[in-house]
Design a protein around this ligand. Sequence first.
Ligand code: SF4
Length: 711
Amino acid sequence: MSGDGWIPTVCYQCKAECAILARVEGGVVKEVKGNPRARGKACVKGMAGITSLYSNERLKYPMKRVGERGSGEFERITWDEAMDIMETKLTELRDRGEAHKFTYSMFPHSVTDPKWRFVNACGGFISTGLPHCDSAKIMAHMHTFGCFPNHHIAPMYYAVPKGGLMILSGRHPFGCLDDACVPSHILDAKERGAKLIVIDPIFRAEAAKADWWIPIKPGGDAALFLGVSNYLLANDLYDKEFCDKWVQEGDMDGLKAHLKDMTPEAMSKICGVPAGDIIKLARMAAEAPSACIDAFKSIMYGNGMDWGHAWSIFLVITGNLDNPGGQPLPEIAPMAPVEPVPPAPDVTELGYHRTGPDRSQFDSYKFFLQPTWYAAQAIKDDTLKVFFASECNPALSEMGSGEWRKAVTMKDENGDYKLELLVVTEIMPSETMKWADLVLPDQTNFERWEMLYMPWWYNYGHCAALCQPVVEPIGESRHANRVFIDLGKRMFPEYFAFKDDVDYYDIELAGVGMSVKKLQENGGLWSPGTVGFRKYEDAGKFNTPSGKIELKWNMYKDIGREWPSPELPLEYRRGEDEFPFVLVNFRTIYLNNTGAWSQNNAQLRDPVSGLDANPCLLNPIDAERLGVKSGDVVTMESNSGQVKLPVELTEKIIPGCAGIIHGFGQTMGKVACRGSWVSDNELISDAGTTLDEQDLRGGEAHVTTRVRIYK
Ligand code: SF4
């Protein structure tokens, strides 16, 4: 412990992982603020982290289930007992030759995360939020430019020049999961004369600050930008010099042929944006010194892959790759491997899309993590036997969460649970914990060691930040990384020969000439201080097989997906008569939405200073048709479930859409389950029922569904 004063550490109230300073007095955290060495910002959710640290709902001891799964009945056990239970079951699984039926769902902070190492040593798999949230963008950019960004590689808003275009498409950086610096950087860029364009069916804080709000049909982003690209090419408004130099031979001709009929007029019919506005957007992009797109929600639609492809094409033909104000390409810091490195299991052979029913089609889809993987489906198929979860909350956050809950309670002919062990690490009571066999009390960012290495880190590009304990831990809590290092030492000593977590991070940091101690002396951060621009020029190539930008995706030739389709997600194109509304779920600054860290935070879940309600947002035009008014309680029903919730009328949502906040509906935790608010995932289909379609389209319908509404 470093004593009193302002101590650098990292915020973990959301996955943006902002570097912060914590003010400690007499061994108590009193205040946090952004670390000035990392642009110095913390958001309201980050500041409320202290409330989580000292919440009287903190889980303090390991616990074992004593009732049926879902009853939420537990008894206290020792850490040794907990470790024995996990070791025994995982050893049994390996002895049965079924190590690959172990999955750990978590958010690894880097490929060097010790939990990932543990899973590899076991022969199991990890599943992260990435396949749900980001795979379409990651895959699109990897296929086209050969780089690996994720949603934390936002455009560098601090580098957007005067006149540059900042386009947010289904992205709410002022309200969720984004580095706390991003909103101020966007507003600063606007001050410098950059333009903010918000494309969204909902008018939220970003739209209020925008120069132009473009309301759009949900899922219409691909059509909109294909229409823009059609106009740019047809009118010679694209960056010919860039394309001639860097795009793979033949691809521009192929693109022109593919886009020939995707005129602004034709695309307008699909996305609902007037053709004149599509042309206006195209002309603005052609005239601006830079243009960037940031998207998140729209990438989680069932047509996310098409949208990612259309987005990549737009960036290329406007020459906005790795330039100030365009799409940054990442740099990777050479962290040192901790030898010997356990080999990863063969994803394609053992786990890759093992829940996808049509391998012959889906084998064309390549991803380094398990894509389109759903626990409920895998439990039913007997391909998932042991499931661990850290920093995620599938009982609430998985699409079709009702199916997840059903699956974890399914029994075999002997009366045993089909899923043999479910382990959850959590800081506070979570929905997933209610179904767990073992609950392990985790530590907040104020109590733990963790080296956060983030090649995509917004503030500094490639950077390492130190999360260090600034106060004594509460109860017997232990950070999940330490737990699985200790379990690794028991089970696979050859791969866990280092002393402890700090020693492990020291070995990794040696790759960049750093150590935990040097990070402490360095204000908690290491970064070369630059992200660089147009790195492909120095390299003389892109990191694709051809060394050029590959607009045409030849790897999908067999399934006819070389070029993007402008169609809306399939889930929106059918059932319109029965389910006339499109559900639009969105996030807010007050909730983390997935893990329980911020869900049970009394400061954030408060009717006055925080957020305590998720009404159904409806446009007054629709409300009149339905005969409902603000405050009426309605039933919202999809083909997979129904919820009841009050209505709030607003013109901030387009007609035909119904908006609710993602992340409500808990039945665990005194704070989070106050009120009768509902979960959007009760309405979204379990992926097992729509997997074929999603696989073939390449995206994942994480947020797409149609609903009907009645009083
Ligand atoms: S954006 Fe996330 S990580 Fe950053 S201060 Fe806010 S809650 Fe913390």
